[in-house]
Write a protein that binds this ligand. Sequence first.
Ligand code: CAA
Length: 249
Amino acid sequence: MSNGLNAKVALVTGGTGGIGSAICIKLAQAGCKVVSTYTNETQAKAWQATMAEAGYDIALVKCDVSSFDECKAMGEQLNADFGGVDVLVNNAGITKDGTFRKMGPEQWNAVINVNLVSVFNVTKQFVDGMMSKGWGRVINISSINGQKGQFGQTNYAAAKAGMHGFSMSLAQETAKKGVTVNSISPGYIGTEMVMAIPEEVRNQIVAQIPIGRLGKPEEIAALVTFLASEDGAFITGANIAANGGQHMC
Ligand code: CAA
């Protein structure tokens, strides 16, 4: 039975990263034409070659998602080359952790701009197209720490909580036109971002996860693909947690 994703165009921001790569692969396996944004050309080209060796033909588009102008140019290019984007996964994100007392404006602004302002910048380019086609999916990769807060992450938690406020509001504006908007809140997933946490701190975090391990990028990618598929059509404005039981609400 068709999942409704065959030949749909999917854009994954930050698709070359840990969770992003798994999302690109799962959406490609589901039949999508997948495009990923990148900022570092050398790293992105190497990633694309590895994907191609594994049998996945992923297109790349250069874009700093924190820049509205770059997102506008990307939107024009993808709308011309692919006739728009059907599935948008706002996945690009960074951390710059530090206690609030030690945090400067650079740490605050960088995290808010890359994680939250980007969601406006990118989504703005494709929602009109989705609504005129009468079908679309916007999936925002938020975080457990946007739900519960985290010592050392006032910047990141504010951005991630903001993403879900955005999802609920846009979901109401687009529901009648076949466009769903949802957030996913992953817990601690075994990616470079989480492995960068000092080992002692990370071990304490893992000890708080009832399932007893870090999550896998594929477990987030599976959820993205479900929300993107026809089976996910009745889910909109939701924030779905995948955190091994670390936070329940
Ligand atoms: N709750 C209460 N107190 C805490 C605490 C916590 N969770 N963590 C640390 N403290 C206390 C320490 O015990 C210490 O107390 P004393 O001064 O009395 O000894 C004090 O706060 C300072 O702690 P640190 O020495 O750790 O402070 P630091 O400035 O060196 O580092 C930090 C602070 C950078 C925030 C560091 O604690 C850290 O990296 N924490 C992990 C943050 C985290 O979980 N980030 C998630 C990244 S992954 C991600 O974001 C993906 C996702 O979506 C889940």
